[in-house]
Write a protein that binds this ligand. Structure first.
Ligand SMILES: [Zn+2]
Length: 115
């Protein structure tokens, strides 16, 4: 068999994957309010493409997908967002479909490191 196209380089693959992830997550956001299943499908695809191509989801998008069950999260609809200050200030993001929490630390104190 004659190969007509050369195999894309790892960088090309990553570039394509990153743009597809962005597009899928954008689409998920667009359709969520009308069709949650479709939004979930887009999020699953974005996650799968990221895993296959070893592209990490950008931070803002990573927070839109439950780390544990992969649900597409929409604050106030299927996830709860609370600010907590016990131990260290963080955002507690609770996924309401699996009830597990993701913590996002903010204001990492320099004091704690020197103490
Ligand atoms: Zn979950």
């Amino acid at each position: 068999m004659v190969r007509l196209k050369k195999k894309p380089s790892a960088e090309e693959v990553r570039g394509i994957a990153a743009s597809r992830i962005r597009t899928l997550m954008m689409l998920a956001e667009k359709v969520f309010l009308e069709d949650r299943n479709l939004a979930q499908r887009y999020a699953d695809l974005a996650k799968a493409i990221g895993a296959k191509s070893k592209v990490r989801l950008p931070r803002a998008l990573r927070r839109r997908i439950c780390r544990y069950c992969g649900a597409y999260l929409w604050p106030g609809v299927n996830c709860r967002v609370r600010l907590r200050v016990n131990r260290e200030p963080h955002i507690a993001l609770t996924c309401l479909s699996c009830k597990r929490q993701m913590r996002i630390y903010y204001k990492r104190s320099r004091k704690r490191q020197t103490e």
